[in-house]
Design a protein around this ligand. Structure first.
Ligand code: ATP
Length: 283
């Protein structure tokens, strides 16, 4: 028997770096939502006690460095499972792009193995395991518009974000989240209010949501890669309601309500960047 799980990408409608903690990590507040651009994972039992990962992208690690492998290894150990597993990742989400690809694959693995092995795990138990793999995993387990705080374990589900077209543009370079955080200067970054953003979404007020969207890390990544600003400017010129970097970048996304306008934005950025996706919000 083979089972399938979809693993959707996330976007940051907002990200605020609150302060740097004594242990060197940055305390964040975020608002995330998921979009209809997804990896597809399939799970098959193996009689030999091993974890086999296959993927359609040769550059993805298929050993313990893969988040999917880590999730499977943690579940096998914690629940004493001696059966093996083959997991095939069909990757569509750009990697190291600010779209949470590794975290959503991990969340899909926890859901998939919970089903395949009839573990009866609660959301809390899956979050507890997922936290060991990545801070965005708890959000990805919910997968619906949420306010996120702490080390990612505090997830407050909001109303679904107002339905929109989402145009995603991934410039060529990959960005290391760790390196961007190293360059954060707390005296200079902006602080979009995640509380106001969450309130706007709870009220389903699209205009107020646009006004409060923002990302503390955007100026930091733009300083290194000015092309991000150029993409934003182009998207706004072609009629985007808002254009913002997701996570630590480099993917930029735009929102708009009309399909014809979304298509115009896509046409405006194609030729400038080759990785462009036009998708819907997912709720
Ligand atoms: P975030 O927005 O959460 O910072 P990201 O989208 O920037 O994440 P990922 O796509 O998750 O970044 O990739 C980050 C790193 O994780 C890459 O170097 C990649 O090799 C590694 N990785 C491990 N497992 C996976 C996976 N299943 N899918 C994608 N990347 C993975």
């Amino acid at each position: 028997m083979e089972i399938i799980e979809k693993a959707p990408a996330k976007i940051n409608l907002g990200l605020d770096v609150l302060y740097k903690r004594a242990d060197g990590y940055h305390e964040l507040e975020m608002v995330m939502s998921s979009v209809d651009l997804a990896d597809r994972l399939s799970f098959e039992r193996l009689s030999a006690d091993q974890i086999v990962i296959e993927s359609n992208k040769a550059f993805l690690p298929i050993d313990h460095r893969n988040n999917v492998y880590q999730a499977a290894a943690l579940i096998k150990k914690r629940y004493d499972i001696t059966e093996g597993i083959k997991i095939t990742i069909n990757k569509n989400i750009p990697v190291a792009a600010g779209l949470g690809g590794g975290s959503t694959d991990c969340a899909a693995t926890l859901r998939g193995l919970n089903r395949l092995w009839n573990l009866g795990l609660s959301m809390k138990e899956m979050i507890d395991i997922g936290m060991h793999v990545g801070t965005d995993v708890p959000y990805c387990l919910y997968g619906t518009t949420s306010f996120i705080a702490g080390k990612g374990e505090i997830v407050k589900v909001l109303e679904p974000m107002p339905p929109s077209w989402v145009i995603l543009v991934k410039p060529r370079m990959s960005v290391s989240t760790r390196k961007i955080f190293q360059q954060v200067d707390m005296a200079r970054i902006t602080h979009p209010s995640m509380k106001n953003l969450a309130d706007a979404i709870l009220k389903q007020d699209y205009q107020a949501m646009l006004e409060h969207m923002g990302n503390s890390l955007e100026d930091v990544t733009v300083a290194k890669y000015p092309v991000i600003q150029q993409i934003k400017t182009r998207m706004l010129k072609y009629g985007a309601d808002v254009a913002l970097m997701s996570g630590s970048g480099p993917t930029v996304f735009a929102l708009c309500q009309k399909q014809s306008r979304a298509q115009r934005i896509v046409n405006g950025v194609r030729g400038f960047c080759d990785e462009v996706y036009m998708v819907r919000t997912l709720n």
